[in-house]
Design a protein. Structure first.
Length: 320
């Protein structure tokens, strides 16, 4: 039975194809009610994160999720949190649209005395969250560092690199880019340099356009390091559209999405970093339930990143 726009009606058998703006996933009568605001439903990684939470809520049987799509709109997300509070949910989970603009969400939940868990995207002032609020993700210092060190190894420590950045308003994009800078030009990677760097806002189409512009302007690099797999795939598609072969380049992404692993199997993508979307979603729900019960939790819970290469990619084909 396909998942569809329910207008608030409960669904028993959600599938992976979800396009609705608001979904209610009910697991059991008397279950804990959790409002979930996702930054976007149409992002590949966030789709896995969202579906992981839906599946885990069904598995637990004592959780009802009210899932909403903020459509990358800060004000829409703010309104969603306000609506959750008005509905009297037991807890709120937020995947932030703008990580620099989360103070208002934190304050709303604190004033309403409703536990709040940020998932995947780190809120501003994360170390100053109230005691009934927490953050669940993976440590972004690991992501770009693992990625860039592997690119460095494949290049033998020298070469020109183009960096495709995610959304500049997003803490993960900024940290992953800083990781690249911290690795390049130091130690065994001192022969590497950044020849170009620009944001493509996590999207395949913007990365395609960016790479097309770089190529038309004569940019020549040995590697492309993208903050996310979607951007890496967009760059690969642009290179092919320009009549060039991407395989001589070292191309790296992050998240180890299914599409990225297909690209790796085809020989185009050389490096990605597995971010455990299911692990983050499951942990976010567990932390929310513990906060509902008044139990103490760690303010920050990290699910480790893992390097993925053609040699070990088969281990990850069923994990996202």
């Amino acid at each position: 039975m396909p998942l569809r726009n329910t207008g608030g009606y409960a669904l028993r058998y959600p599938t992976l194809a979800v396009t609705a703006l608001c979904l209610s996933i009910s697991s059991a009568a008397g279950a804990a009610e959790i409002g979930v605001s996702m930054a976007a439903f149409d992002d590949s990684f966030l789709t896995v994160l969202r579906n992981g939470m839906i599946d885990y809520a069904k598995e637990k049987g004592d959780v009802t999720l009210q899932m909403e799509d903020a459509q990358n709109d800060v004000q829409r997300q703010l309104s969603q949190v306000q609506n959750f509070i008005a509905l009297g949910v037991d807890a709120i989970i937020v995947n932030a649209v703008d990580t620099d603009g989360t103070q208002a969400l934190t304050q709303l939940a604190e004033d309403a005395k409703i536990p709040l868990v940020y998932v995947n995207r780190q809120p501003v002032n994360v170390d100053e969250l109230p005691s009934d609020q927490a953050f669940v993700a993976s440590d972004e210092v690991e992501s770009g560092t693992l990625q860039t060190k592997e690119v460095c190894r494949l290049l033998g420590g020298k070469g020109k690199v183009a960096v495709i950045v995610g959304e500049l308003s997003n803490q993960a994009a900024r940290q992953r880019t800083q990781d690249v800078h911290d690795v390049i030009g130091t130690g065994e990677c001192k022969g590497m340099e950044i020849a170009a760097e620009q944001s493509a806002n996590w999207t395949r189409i913007e990365a395609y356009d960016l790479m097309t512009n770089w190529l038309s302007n004569g940019l020549q690099v040995d590697a492309i390091i993208a903050n996310g797999d979607e951007s890496a795939i967009g760059a690969i598609q642009a290179i092919r559209a320009a009549g060039q072969d991407p395989q001589p380049l070292v191309i790296a992404g992050i998240n180890a999405t299914k599409e990225a692993l297909v690209s790796m199997k085809e020989g185009d993508l050389d490096v990605t970093v597995f971010q455990d979307a299911f692990g983050q979603g499951n942990t976010a729900i567990d932390v929310a339930l513990r906060l509902i019960d008044g139990e103490p939790v760690e303010q920050k819970t990290y699910v480790p990143f893992e390097l993925v290469t053609p040699e070990n990619m088969r281990e990850y084909e069923t994990r996202n």
